[in-house]
Design a protein around this ligand. Structure first.
Ligand SMILES: CSCCC(=O)/C(O)=C/O
Ligand SMILES: [Fe+2]
Length: 187
């Protein structure tokens, strides 16, 4: 995933796209674009890069999660839980093998950004970052779940700001922001 810079062009046929969301309460599986659409830029990932990421980051555990009524036990309850804003104390790493879905994250002003992960797309949500997930209108995703060591999938619904993972995430985020500003100022 690349940096989250705003841009206005429609990046067609990408395996991963992201955009700012509208405020409507309509069906969560709809795209929820603003009018006009406001996209966020992301980089494409090759198979080689995926392999490199797995090796470099030590993702030793891998399984498949299929989200559809036939394959996912307690489907309705899980769908509801995935869409509650939450964080994990470890990274959430998903690679779409088939189908597609939306991972919603917030920008630094708390505005929702919808990240559309499609076949061949990968997303890594850092430990401590609030997010939520929903299927899109295709109603199906088959995702590789990667993890370092024994997986822990526990979601902590917002607010869970006292968790060390949340504090560390905010610290790393702020340090990054300060670093970016220093680079911009020096340019
Ligand atoms: C596409 S994998 C199911 C979603 C999930 O595991 C999760 O934690 C969403 O935040
Ligand atoms: Fe999650």
């Amino acid at each position: 995933m690349g940096s989250l810079d705003k841009f206005s062009q429609d990046p067609r046929e990408e395996v991963i796209q992201a955009w700012y969301m509208d405020d409507s309460d309509a069906d969560q599986r709809l795209p929820h674009h603003k009018e006009p659409k406001e996209f966020v830029s992301l980089d494409k990932l090759s198979d080689e890069e995926l392999k490199k990421i797995r090796e470099e980051r030590g993702y030793s555990y891998m399984d498949i999660c299929e989200v559809c009524p036939e394959k996912l036990p307690n489907y309705e309850e899980k769908i509801k839980n995935f869409f509650e804003e939450h964080l994990h104390t470890d990274e959430e790493i998903r690679y779409a093998v088939a189908g597609s879905g939306y991972f919603d994250v917030r920008d630094c002003n708390e505005a929702w950004i919808r990240v559309w992960v499609k076949k061949g797309g990968m997303i890594i949500l850092p430990a401590g970052m609030y997010h939520r997930f929903t299927l899109d209108e295709s109603n199906y995703i088959k995702a590789l779940r990667l993890f370092v060591g024994e997986p822990v999938w526990t979601p902590y619904n917002r607010p869970h700001d006292h968790l060390p993972a949340r504090k560390e995430y905010l610290k790393a985020f702020l340090e990054n922001e300060v670093g970016d500003r220093a680079v911009d100022a020096a340019a």
